[in-house]
Design a protein around this ligand. Structure first.
Ligand code: PNS
Length: 163
């Protein structure tokens, strides 16, 4: 059975992330989406909140599992016994960071291969960071995230959370 691990901050999940995950779910027997720590980001949503949003978004996809991990991605690949890591590549601007991360992960564990999928072009400029910024400034994000994600960001804003 083929499986792939899709790690990320998912703070929060966007339609771009989902587009990549659903594409992978058509290729692999199992897709494990794992919320992970990016030490360069300060998340708006807790691990549990991000997991809940992902679970709701993927509820109709029986071969997608949602989980999280702490520590190194290469260890998670071993722990979850997956064949490879999945990352979305939106534009050339993503490439340098992704290339560096993929090669570093393979240096740490030579079995850790990274597979890239491109989302539909309509999502090539969608990022969680921009979504949060637009929503916190009162803009409309409804075409970029599921409805319940819009609601969850709105609730954070009303509670006085800051970006
Ligand atoms: O969605 P993001 O923020 O681009 O995802 C980045 C993430 C979480 C996949 C990356 O920061 C990561 O792998 N974190 C786990 C710790 C780790 O292994 N860091 C070394 C990467 S070379």
């Amino acid at each position: 059975m083929s499986s792939i691990l899709y790690p990320g901050s998912f703070d929060p999940v966007t339609n771009g992330h989902l587009d990549v995950a659903f594409r992978a779910a058509r290729i692999f027997d199992k897709v494990i989406i794992a919320v992970a720590v990016n030490s360069e980001k300060k998340p708006l949503f807790s691990f549990d909140e991000r997991i809940e949003l992902l679970k709701h978004a993927c509820r109709d996809h029986k071969n997608i599992e949602i989980t999280s991990f702490q520590g190194l991605l290469v260890n998670a690949v071993n722990e979850f016994k997956t064949d490879a890591v999945l990352r979305g590549l939106r534009a050339v601007s993503d490439f340098e960071y992704e290339f560096q991360m993929a090669l570093m992960n393979r240096q740490l564990n030579d079995k850790c291969e990274t597979i890239f999928l491109m989302p539909s072009p309509e999502y090539s400029y969608v990022s969680s960071r921009l979504i949060k910024e637009i929503a916190f400034c009162g803009g409309d994000i409804s075409e970029f995230v599921p409805d319940f994600v819009t609601g969850a960001i709105k609730a954070k804003r009303e509670k006085g959370s800051v970006l």
